[in-house]
Design a protein around this ligand. Structure first.
Ligand code: SF4
Length: 372
């Protein structure tokens, strides 16, 4: 996995305090910010003030943080600059109110987020990387390749900005936008912790979901974290050859090993992961595929989310008829596995992962690569 390093300096085993003049505020999670303030002999309570201004009040500059001394504001602005993503494009679904966003970050890269309203609930799907190296066969983001990891604050900002656009508190956030969260584990956990932090977004840990293609080391690490974050695994097939085709980056992690990791995870946490299964006509919707999925899930604490794939102009896959998805539901339920069909949202605004970036790239000629 390629990494810029610059934005991955967060807390944890491999975390370091970002060097002065070397990282924006969004590269810090709370622990790293506290550590940096300590090295500068700045009182620790300033950390909460900075977080509240940045992630609750949406400050766009340190000048707005009026309860910080002027000298400290100047110091922070020169050494830990505050950048806020610029809205590049915003689409609103006429069908269900889903809103899709394309943000341009301080170095010119673009990332996507989606806001999914449902009554009092507002779920934000955010990106953890610009682009993605995983190359999943049905994904427009994977097709465009990897650009860079995002910092924890760049993830939290997406959630904050979507909530502000709706004028509504964000109740749930899912790392199911662009990127493989476990490919940048420290930054992703730092992002979730900012979302969970009462001084930042204050979203309950169980309402924060991290989604992986199935990186076993990440699943094992997440099982050891103190927070009760929710795990989702993109399975897409329980037959090795089909999964290797759909999720090629996971070829070296066999399905039996993945299942063992899930057994360890559920045994250690008692929490139920969801298994994401993008149903693709003629690829993973056959009776053999269904049998394999039933066997994979048998006796495993899990919830299967069936997602009829979103047709894309960039990816040559179609969704199966709804009746086929219902057959999957019936057989999984018969075997004792919880299952649901995820209702399609925002189909009129290209709401599948990476589709807006791809369309924007082809129409503007800029794409997700840094412009500077
Ligand atoms: S589905 Fe997710 S992990 Fe796979 S290529 Fe797309 S963004 Fe990356």
């Amino acid at each position: 996995m390629r990494s810029t390093g610059r934005l991955s300096k967060t807390s944890g085993e491999s975390g370091n305090t970002p060097a002065p003049n070397d990282a924006p505020l969004t590269a810090f999670d709370r622990t790293a910010l506290e550590r940096w303030l300590a090295t500068e002999e700045i009182p620790p309570y300033r950390c909460g003030q900075i977080l509240r201004w940045t992630y609750q009040r949406g400050a766009t500059s340190y000048e707005q943080m009026t309860d910080l001394p002027a000298a400290l504001r100047q110091e922070l602005a020169s050494r830990v600059p505050l950048h806020v993503p610029e809205l590049e494009e915003r689409l609103v679904s006429a069908l269900d109110g889903t809103r899709r966003y394309l943000w341009r970050l301080s170095d010119g890269v673009t990332v996507e987020s989606v806001g999914l309203p449902a009554g009092d609930r507002l779920t934000v799907c955010f990106s953890t990387q610009a682009g993605c190296a995983m190359g999943c066969a049905f994904c427009a983001t994977g097709e465009g390749g990897f650009v860079r990891d995002l910092g924890p604050g760049e993830m939290a900002q997406q959630v904050m900005l979507v909530g502000a656009d709706f004028g509504q508190r964000v109740t749930n956030a899912v790392a199911m936008g662009q990127g493989e969260p476990f490919a940048a584990y420290e930054a992703s956990l730092g992002g979730l912790r900012l979302m969970n932090d009462p001084d930042a977004l204050g979203i309950g840990a169980r309402h924060l979901t991290i989604s992986t293609c199935g990186i076993i080391g990440g699943i094992d690490r997440l099982a050891s974290e103190p927070e009760q974050f929710t795990l989702a695994v993109s399975l897409h097939s329980a037959r090795q050859a089909t999964r290797d085709r759909l999720v090629p980056a996971m070829r070296n992690q066999s399905l039996p090993r993945l299942r063992e990791a899930l057994v360890r995870y559920t045994g250690k946490t008692g929490r139920r992961p969801s298994l994401e299964y993008a149903l693709v006509a003629g690829v993973n919707d056959s009776p053999d595929e269904l049998d394999a999925l039933v066997e994979f899930c048998r006796g495993l604490l899990c919830h299967v989310n069936l997602i009829p794939v979103n047709p894309s102009t960039n990816v040559p896959f179609d969704r199966p008829p709804l009746d086929r998805a219902k057959e999957f539901v019936i057989e999984l339920q018969r075997s004792g596995t919880e299952v649901s069909i995820r209702s399609e949202r925002g189909s009129d605004i290209e709401a599948a992962c990476g589709q807006l970036t791809q369309r924007h790239a082809s129409s503007s000629g800029r794409g997700a690569a840094p412009s500077a």
